[in-house]
Design a protein around this ligand. Structure first.
Ligand SMILES: [Zn+2]
Length: 508
């Protein structure tokens, strides 16, 4: 038998997939599986292409395979070694330097391997085994994770209650302004008087809860509780040591509000979002699409490779701006639809990245557009004073767009809609993701929470309402359901132990 056939060099094919699967494995608790497909396809096809081209030139498949494998590994390790240069001397243009050194390295490898007299038989064998190992480890880890999360017990969810089906069904807009702080906290900590916006809302007929607070400090926890009308520990037996956010993602996508309103023949409209938790909802009846070029996962992946040099910050910011404006515009248009609609729009504003000046012009720090908050934000971005200034500017622009959108919705709705304008948690200039003691709880928990509803609903709303009760109160008054109003509770947990919930209700 021909030994060349027996020893086919398949390692580049597997190595082209391994870094992406492994990168996904590290982010699996916050990123959906669907994000994995496109990067895998691209990486695999490009590697095959280079493999075939090299084989035509060098006419030795083992040599070509080794070159391709080295190329792939160095490509995905790029951010690692470019960081080393940065560490040695932060003033050097390390991006260009790493790129030049990388290109020399690639040429040297090409030359050395192509000219070598070796037959590379045993190296190929070892590389084949190596490629199998590096693909099996993250894949097994993912499979185990899926097995673990699928068998974790769900507590019985709320039964779908009947309520009155004959009522006049208003369109319902659930608009989340991520990280939008409460008026008194903005005054106290940000030295910003937001009363113009609050007064505007009240004049339009909104009830603004003056003492509202978030139930949780993190977006996933908060949104899952709000849309399921319940505290997390009442929905699932929580493991305080677990970091698994998959069940939260599932609960978020299959939440009680959607199911309840679908029963009532509502059309659920899904809007795009830069927040991965609210991207492409399978349950949506109508998905409004924007021609997004990348999602967050692909951007993160690209940042680790030499292609990051082509990620122009200006383009990234423009893309981001376009997404935000798109969501506001589409939100307004929904008011013209004939169906009874439910919309959940999640805007990452005034939350970082801070890219807007008060009037909507672009204003940002080049190295500070990652969208992280709290102490994660300060890893790349200037200090607390600057955070607060930028936050206030972005908040002013958020106000402007929100007012325009609400004005449009109210003008174009043929019957009075319900609008919930709410933050998932407060601002984060004094948030430490890993420490309750180092976090300013009042800043992080105090939220904007405003309701445009029929008069009889307003009577049931209180100043200290928390989001877990929003839909309980609205459903009770609009659909005649009989939901118990839950005690308002606030829980802190760290990023790494999201379910180790500490009741801080009395500390606010
Ligand atoms: Zn958030």
């Amino acid at each position: 038998m021909n030994s060349a056939k027996k020893n086919f060099a398949y390692h580049p094919l597997l190595i082209s997939l391994a870094p992406i699967i492994s990168f996904y494995d590290h982010n699996k608790d916050i990123v959906s599986f669907q994000y994995l497909i496109r990067p895998l396809l691209i990486s695999f096809s490009l590697s095959v292409l280079v493999f075939v081209l090299l084989n035509i030139i060098i006419k030795n498949h083992k040599k070509s395979a080794i070159i391709v494998s080295i190329y792939i590994v160095s490509f995905f390790l790029y951010s690692f070694y470019s960081e080393i240069f940065k560490f040695v001397d932060p003033l050097v243009d390390y991006d260009s330097l790493s790129l030049v050194i990388g290109l020399f390295f690639w040429l040297a490898i090409l030359f050395l391997v192509a000219k070598s007299q070796q037959n590379f038989g045993s190296i190929t064998k070892y590389l084949n085994i190596f490629s199998l190992i590096i693909i099996i480890i993250p894949t097994a880890s993912l499979a185990y994770y899926n097995y673990q999360t699928s068998k974790s017990a769900n507590l019985p969810s709320l039964a779908l209650v009947e309520g009155n089906n004959e009522v006049n069904k208003p369109d319902i807009y659930y608009i989340i302004l991520d990280g939008y702080g409460r008026q008194d906290v903005l005054k106290e900590i940000y030295n910003y008087d937001n009363s113009e916006f609050i007064n505007w809302l009240e004049n339009k007929g909104f009830f603004v809860a003056e003492k509202s607070s978030a139930n949780y400090t993190q977006t996933y926890l908060s949104m899952t509780a709000s849309l399921n009308l319940n505290y997390l520990d009442k929905m699932q037996a929580l493991d305080p040591k677990s970091k698994d956010r998959k069940w939260l993602r599932d609960k978020l996508k299959n939440n009680y509000v959607y199911d309840f309103l679908k029963e009532k023949n509502y059309t659920f409209v899904s809007l795009p979002s830069t927040w991965t938790g609210n991207y492409k909802n399978i349950k949506a009846d109508l998905e409004i699409k924007n021609n997004f070029k990348n999602n967050d996962f692909e951007d993160l992946l690209l940042e680790a490779t030499p292609l990051s040099i082509f990620l122009d910050p200006e383009k990234k910011v423009l893309n981001y701006k376009e997404k935000m404006i798109f969501i506001f515009d589409e939100l307004g248009k929904i008011s013209q639809m004939d169906e009874n609609t439910f919309v959940y729009a999640h805007l990452l504003m005034p939350h970082p990245p801070f890219i807007f000046s008060y009037n909507g012009n672009l204003k940002y720090e080049k190295n500070c557009i990652k969208g992280l908050d709290g102490n994660h934000y300060y890893q790349n971005c200037p200090g607390m004073e600057k955070y607060r200034q930028s936050y206030v500017e972005q908040l002013q622009y958020t106000n402007k767009k929100t007012m325009e959108t609400i004005e449009y919705i109210l003008k174009n709705s043929d019957k009075e809609p319900i609008i919930i304008l709410q933050a998932d948690h407060g601002a984060g200039s004094m948030l430490d993701w890993e420490s309750l003691e180092k976090t300013n709880l009042k800043e992080r928990f105090s939220i904007l929470n405003a309701y445009y509803t029929p008069e009889e609903t307003k009577n049931s709303l209180s100043d200290d309402i928390t989001p877990v009760n929003s839909f309980r109160i609205i459903f009770n008054s609009v659909f005649g359901t009989n939901f118990e109003i839950l005690e308002n509770k606030n829980y802190f947990s760290t990023w790494n132990k999201p379910y180790e919930l500490i009741d801080i209700t009395n500390k606010l």
